[in-house]
Design a protein around this ligand. Structure first.
Ligand SMILES: [Zn+2]
Length: 244
C-alpha cells in the first residue's frame, strides 16, 4: 500500500483575496463536498473523541468525561464505547478515521426456523428467530433450520457519498454550499464588492487526516472555516499545488 492510499487526500480550489487575507469561496468536486457533508452524520460522541485534547465549545466534553469516569456499577452498557466512539457510516470517516470499523461491512444476520416436521408446524412453520436453537413456540422443536434473508438493496450505504458528480460545487467560507456556475461566481464577486481584482489569487490545497480534523473543529466554532484552516494558519505541510 502506498503512502497516498494510507492517507487519502482531497482537493479544494480556493479563491483568496490577498488584500483581506480571506477565502472568498472554494470550488469542490464531489469527493471533497461529500467529505464536508459527511460531518452531518458524525455522532457528537465521536466528534468529541476525534477532537480529544482540543477546546470544544459548549458542554459536550463534560458529558463525555462524565461517562468516561462513571463507575461501571452504574452502567447498563457492556461497552461504553457505544457512547464514547459511536459509529455511523459517514463518508467523512474515510479521512478522519480510515480504519474505522463503521466502514467495514457488518456480518450478515442469520435467521432460523424449526424443521417444520411436527404438528402444528408441519409443512408450515411460522416462527423465525435470530437465536439459533431457541424452542419453537408452536412445536417446541429447536429452531435450527437456517433461512436465507433477502434484504432490500441499499441505495446509499454512506460510502458512495451524498451528491452527484462530476459537478463542481461552490463552498463558501462558512461552508454553505451550492452548485457552481459562471453566473453564481460572478454574482459572488459582485457581492464581495472587491475593489482590486488583482489581489485575487487561486490556490489549490490538498487535505488529509490532519487538516480534516481542523476543518471539523473549525466547523464547530467558526463561520470562516476555510480561511481559518488554510489561510490564517499557513502550514508548511499543506501542499500548495499551484498559486497563480
Ligand atoms: Zn415449530
Amino acid at each position: 500500500m502506498t503512502t497516498q492510499e494510507k492517507d487519502p487526500k482531497l482537493q479544494l480550489k480556493l479563491l483568496v483575496d490577498q488584500h483581506s487575507n480571506r477565502v472568498l469561496f472554494a470550488e469542490a468536486g464531489k469527493e471533497a463536498l461529500d467529505f464536508l457533508l459527511g460531518f452531518l452524520r458524525i455522532p457528537l460522541g465521536l466528534v468529541v473523541h476525534l477532537l480529544t485534547g482540543e477546546q470544544i465549545p459548549g458542554s459536550l466534553t463534560s458529558i463525555y468525561s462524565s461517562i468516561q469516569n462513571l463507575d461501571e456499577s452504574y452502567l447498563m452498557l457492556s461497552d461504553r464505547d457505544v457512547l464514547l466512539k459511536p459509529r455511523l457510516p459517514s463518508v467523512s470517516l474515510l479521512l478522519l478515521e480510515p480504519d474505522s470499523p463503521a466502514l467495514a461491512t457488518p456480518p450478515p444476520k442469520r435467521y432460523y426456523r424449526c424443521s417444520g416436521t411436527n404438528h402444528p408446524c408441519r409443512g408450515n412453520p411460522i416462527y423465525m428467530t435470530n437465536v439459533g436453537g431457541m424452542p419453537c413456540p408452536n412445536c417446541r422443536l429447536p429452531m435450527v433450520t437456517e433461512m436465507a434473508f433477502l434484504e432490500k438493496p441499499k441505495a446509499d450505504s454512506g460510502k458512495s457519498g451524498y451528491v452527484k458528480g462530476p459537478i463542481t460545487y461552490l463552498v463558501m467560507d462558512d461552508l454553505s454550499v451550492m452548485p457552481m456556475s459562471t453566473i453564481s461566481a460572478i454574482a459572488l464577486l459582485k457581492k464581495f464588492q472587491l475593489k482590486d481584482l488583482s489581489m485575487l489569487c487561486e490556490m489549490t490545497v490538498e487535505f488529509g487526516k490532519k487538516e480534516s480534523l481542523e476543518l471539523l473543529k473549525a466547523s464547530l466554532q467558526s463561520t470562516t472555516v476555510l480561511t481559518d484552516v488554510f489561510i490564517s494558519k499557513p502550514r508548511v505541510d499543506i501542499d500548495r499545488l499551484q498559486t497563480t
